[in-house]
Write a protein that binds this ligand. Structure first.
Ligand code: TA6
Length: 263
């Protein structure tokens, strides 16, 4: 008897945090740690954390306040959820700017994400962004990546040295790289799950590639010691030299389209 299966998405108002995208005929595409902490004001280990208005330790809290702030949401008719966050006393205490951020999620056979930030104040500001996407893989040591060859990256594990990627990266240890001026599609071919994930983006010139491997996984309380082989972060971002400056009234949009195909 014919059955209709639809993609499922799950998200939390806390951080406008997308935690699940399960397209029909595939295993879930986003990784979620079994030790993720699901509490208001806490970052969630997995899915797509929104790092805004800065990345990493460029401010306090690390990776910005967006991923630990309460967003509002409107659920659209076409499998779309639209989150929004505007400046408030708490955000202004850490970042003295007026802004309106939106994050649109559309599930289905492909996952479509759209982040937009608007300067609603009377002075210019510059922001960083990373849609810190945790992708689920069978074993990160066995995946094949494309889209990074010959691109320069900042190696966050080697004193932020700039390195030119020779060939395509493999994940044989901890990897924490910010690829510069990177706009190419990325593919992750995963023989263990017999699938290929493709990440396509617009409005982004940084891509972060991260896997904690053994030692860092052990240092993360909300990450199982044995979970690191099951994930790879491919983060659509604008960081450092690619941070975005907005004049009053201006806005900027970043989109990501994630597809998954059997191989
Ligand atoms: O995007 C890579 C990274 O900056 C790594 O250095 C690692 O810290 C990761 O983000 C996770 O950060 P979090 O604050 O979520 O533990």
């Amino acid at each position: 008897m014919d059955r209709l299966d639809f993609a499922t998405i799950s998200a939390y108002l806390n951080g406008a945090h997308l935690t699940r995208w399960h397209p029909p005929g595939h295993e879930p595409v986003l990784f979620m740690s079994e030790r993720a902490v699901l509490e208001p004001g806490k970052a969630i280990r997995g899915g797509v954390p929104i790092c805004f208005p800065w990345f990493g330790g460029a401010g306090d809290p690390s990776h910005g306040f967006a991923r630990i702030s309460p967003w509002s949401a409107e659920i659209g008719s076409d499998d779309r959820v639209s989150f929004s966050l505007i400046d408030n006393e708490a955000t202004r205490d850490t970042w003295p700017h007026a802004f309106a951020a939106t994050f649109d999620v559309t599930g289905g056979d492909a996952l479509k994400l759209r982040f937009s930030a608007k300067n609603t104040g009377d002075k210019p500001f510059t922001f960083e962004l990373a849609l810190h996407t945790y992708l689920a893989v069978a074993d990160v040591r066995n995946v094949t990546l494309t889209g990074f060859a010959d691109c320069d990256y900042i190696d966050q594990l080697d004193d932020n040295r700039t390195v030119t990627q020779q060939g395509e990266p493999t994940i044989a240890g901890e990897v924490d790289r910010i690829y510069q001026n990177h706009t190419a599609d990325v593919t992750i071919t995963d023989p263990g799950l017999s699938r290929c994930i493709t990440v396509k983006k617009t409005g982004s010139r940084s891509t972060v590639l991260w896997n904690p491997h053994i030692a860092k996984a052990k240092r993360l309380d909300d990450f199982g010691d044995d979970e690191w082989p099951q994930m790879l972060c491919v983060e659509t971002a604008n960081i450092g030299d690619h941070a975005v400056s907005l004049a009053p009234g201006a806005s900027h949009e970043t989109t990501v389209r994630i597809e998954v195909d059997h191989v």
